[in-house]
Design a binder for this molecule. Structure first.
Ligand code: I22
Ligand code: ZN
Length: 194
């Protein structure tokens, strides 16, 4: 048990370090894309599966309510939360379309689609990003995997932030850290130290 704790700590820290070494600039680029989107009256549509579905709604809550500063709400919607929409699309059409149909319904060219996938290969996230591109939206993804190219999602998105480790749990741990950093940068850029 001691070993599990020690290895978990070391691997988690190493995943963060590897991410920052590779993607510090891309993190800032994505934060800037979010700032531009929100300043121009666009919204951020966030989606992913499992733990990443939880991340999507966690992040949307930080934007709509607050992160560190009391300020006006920022426009963000998690597409992983409406069980009626998700089950009806999954039941009547395909689970692959649970995000793409919502992006079609809500997305506007001035919006940003943010997909989250530790494998970079979940078909419903890929389809969500594809539809966002068709609409003319900005697109970004948080991915993982040792290849470092973000998989299919990395290939089709404007910006991808990849966590270069094979372990899903550590990719998710870094994703949450990155999501909080994005919220902090965006909030400070738009509202300063209010
Ligand atoms: O939280 C975890 C694993 O830590 C799982 O729920 C995980 O998110 C699910 O298996 C997802 O379906 C994985 O999808 P993805 O990240 O590869 O797109
Ligand atoms: Zn998990």
């Amino acid at each position: 048990m001691e070993q599990i704790v020690s290895e978990g700590l070391i691997n988690s820290v190493m995943a963060k370090e590897a991410f920052v070494t590779e993607s510090r600039k891309k993190l800032i680029d994505l934060a800037c894309l979010m700032v531009v989107t929100l300043r121009q009256g666009g919204k951020i549509l966030i989606f992913g599966n499992g733990g990443s579905a939880a991340d999507a709604q966690h992040m949307a809550a930080e934007f709509v309510n607050r992160f560190l500063i009391n300020r006006r709400p920022l426009a963000a919607v998690a597409l992983s939360t409406d069980t009626s929409i998700i089950t009806s699309i999954g039941n009547d059409f395909s689970f692959d379309e649970i995000f793409s149909k919502q992006v079609q319904a809500l997305g506007k060219p001035e919006d940003l689609a943010l997909g989250i996938s530790t494998s970079g290969s979940s078909m419903n996230v890929i389809k969500g990003i594809e539809v966002a591109k068709e609409i003319g939206m900005r697109t970004a993804v948080l991915t993982g995997g040792i290849a470092g190219d973000g998989g299919e999602l990395g290939r089709i998105s404007d910006i991808f932030l990849n966590v270069p480790t094979a372990k899903t749990q550590h990719i998710q741990e870094v994703h949450l850290w990155v999501e909080h950093l994005l919220c902090e940068i965006v909030e400070r850029e738009i509202f300063g130290e209010e």
